[in-house]
Design a protein. Structure first.
Length: 131
């Protein structure tokens, strides 16, 4: 499985500056985020989404590993859920005072959007509050 890296020096896969096939080779702390939703609802219906966040903090010894499970209500799409999971992961990393962290997720669409200089027009406007 390949992960998409939000920041930090990484051993990228050829052809994609944000794709990492070997997360263990990353330097520093890591925050993995993912979301699970019953369906990708692009209509007016909403669904509950399950959010998973796994943080490896190497700034302390011994290293900490923290797993968080959360639920998001009124999730309109997988992309919206991924953005919410990433926002929650970033808040947790900040609260833990981790100074340098690689964020890993499996949504190429979200990673490309967040690396774009113009973030005024997200693919799914309902995720705007999380970006």
């Amino acid at each position: 499985m390949n992960y998409l890296v939000m920041q930090g020096p990484n051993p990228t896969v050829r052809g994609s500056p944000h794709l990492c096939s070997n997360p263990i080779a990353l330097w520093g702390s890591r925050c993995y985020v993912d979301v699970s939703i019953a369906r990708d609802a692009h209509s007016t219906t909403t669904s509950n989404a399950g959010i998973g966040i796994f943080i490896l903090n190497f700034q302390v010894q011994p290293a900490q590993s923290i797993y968080i499970k959360a639920t998001m209500q009124n999730c309109h799409s997988v992309l919206m859920g991924e953005a919410a999971a990433l926002a929650l992961g970033a808040k947790l990393v900040q609260a833990m005072q981790i100074s340098s962290c690689n964020f890993l997720l499996d949504s190429q669409q979200l990673v490309v959007f967040l690396h774009n200089a113009n973030q005024d027009h997200p693919t799914d406007w309902r995720m705007k509050s999380y970006t």
